[in-house]
Write a protein that binds this ligand. Structure first.
Ligand code: EPU
Length: 421
């Protein structure tokens, strides 16, 4: 078991560089299965989710090198094997192997996906769409066996613009017969990143990043190349930290248009920042104005930044309303924030945050990945020492977070600990 120890309250200055986006790379790696050619993926974050996916790929027969933030994948010898629970349950994104293996081999045998416990997280939209493409799905106790003779394009209207389902349909329909249309598609930037990778291999995908995506099926794919977009959630997390403790903290490698909703909310709270090229320099504001946050699909305020943002809201002078609309169980970090001195009342998926409250160092738990980010921000602004247990969750999504924060002046270390709380 690992934990992070933070001695909070220090000012932060210097430069932090944002890594490639977790939620892009976790789809790009499985998508590469579609081609037997060589794929080069640049700006790859070295996070545990990537390591697990590469392990799954090697089990299937991929030859892979991962050096200097670049993955080179040769899928020439990939075989269609079962992806067992041991692998599939380690992360949510294992579901993208459904789309890529069915696309390439017309058969998939895969255990249920894992991921953070932030709600029931069904995959009915993925499965219903696959069925409409002619795929037979045998849902067994803890796995799916999917087969199809001829994969056929179809016209979909998604009941909810699911990120995972949009990407999975795009991957599965790349090599399908005929045209696929996805209406009410998710518009997150990660979707356009995956489409551009598939198009580099020879796919014909139009409109990714908008709510209508059209895919004209092709018979064959070739070598692929893509650069992973900067992680907008990592960028947002460091912007939150800069808003609370920054003294000219520069955050590099940001695509500003990907985090407009976040920047708008920071401005509303009275935070000033300066943008130059792909960098933003931010300094903490003395008195933060109260603001309300409601998470929603892109381009709205991202659910993945809701939890770290709720820590910032504890430092606003007045009453803030926080509402999570994507997952039904993403407020499990609130009792831990309250244990550190926050004054937050939860009503279903809403939280009323009364500030400003000083936070005090405590032993707390990362109940999931972004809850870990919330605890981290809390530990940075708290007086005294904060110990965050279950930190493996945080390491799944933030590359070299301890090094990045140490370099800008934070007293932080990652240690092994047998104890759990
Ligand atoms: N949903 C369904 N049925 C489905 C699919 C989704 O009901 O078939 C519901 C989910 O239960 C959830 C909502 O729709 O309530 C959103 O799910 P979506 O499919 O959009 O999300 P996802 O693909 O499972 C990805 C990211 C999440 C991120 C969401 C939203 C990956 C591996 N995960 O999840 O990332 O929160 O999109 O942007 O890409 C994180 O990074 O902390 C994280 C949880």
């Amino acid at each position: 078991m690992k934990k992070i120890i933070i001695d909070g309250g220090q000012e932060i200055s210097g430069t932090i560089k944002i890594s490639g986006a977790k939620n892009s790379i976790v789809a790009l790696i499985p998508a590469s299965i579609l081609t037997s050619g060589k794929c080069v993926i640049k700006n790859v974050p070295d996070i545990s989710d990537v390591r697990i996916l590469l392990e799954i790929m090697r089990e299937l027969g991929s030859e892979i090198t991962f050096e200097n933030e670049t993955i080179i994948i040769d899928n020439g010898n990939v075989k269609n094997k079962e992806i067992t629970e041991e692998f599939a349950s380690k992360l949510r994104a294992s579901y993208y192997f459904m789309g890529s293996l069915i696309g390439k081999f017309h058969k998939v045998d895969i255990a249920c996906p894992g991921g953070c416990v932030i709600g029931s997280r069904p995959i009915d939209i993925h499965l219903d769409s696959f069925k409409k493409m002619g795929i037979e799905i045998d849902e067994q106790q803890s796995k799916f066996v999917m087969t199809v003779d001829e994969l056929k394009g179809n016209h979909f209207y998604l009941n909810f613009p699911s990120v995972g389902a949009t990407i999975n349909i795009m991957i599965a329909s790349t090599l399908a017969k005929g045209q696929t249309i996805i209406e009410n598609a998710a518009k997150e930037p990660e979707i356009a990143n995956v489409a551009s990778f598939l198009n580099s291999m020879g796919a014909k995908i139009f409109g990714a990043g908008t709510s209508k995506i059209i895919i004209d099926g092709v018979d064959e794919l070739y070598d692929g190349f893509v650069e992973v977009i900067p992680d907008r959630i990592e960028a947002g997390t460091y912007l939150i930290i800069g808003s609370l403790l920054g003294n000219n903290l520069t955050i590099e490698n940001i695509i500003e248009s990907h985090i407009e909703s976040m920047l708008y909310k920071l401005k509303e709270a009275g935070i000033k920042y300066e943008s130059k090229g792909n960098s933003i320099t931010i300094t903490a504001a003395k008195n933060l104005k109260p603001i309300n946050i409601k998470t929603t699909v892109y381009p709205g305020f991202p659910t993945d930044l809701g939890q770290p943002m709720s820590t910032l809201l504890t430092q606003c002078e007045g009453e803030c309303l926080f509402e999570e609309t994507i997952y039904e169980n993403r407020l499990r970090h609130i009792p831990h924030l309250n244990s550190m001195g926050a004054n937050i009342k939860v009503f279903d998926n809403q939280a009323l945050i009364l500030g400003k409250t000083p936070l005090h160092g405590k032993k707390v738990k990362a109940t999931d990945l972004r809850a870990g980010a919330s605890m981290l921000v809390a530990g940075l602004i708290a007086d005294g020492r904060t110990e965050i247990y279950n930190i493996e969750h945080l390491l799944r999504g933030y590359e070299r977070i301890v090094d990045k924060l140490s370099q800008v002046g934070v007293q932080i270390k990652l240690v092994e600990d047998e104890e759990n709380i």
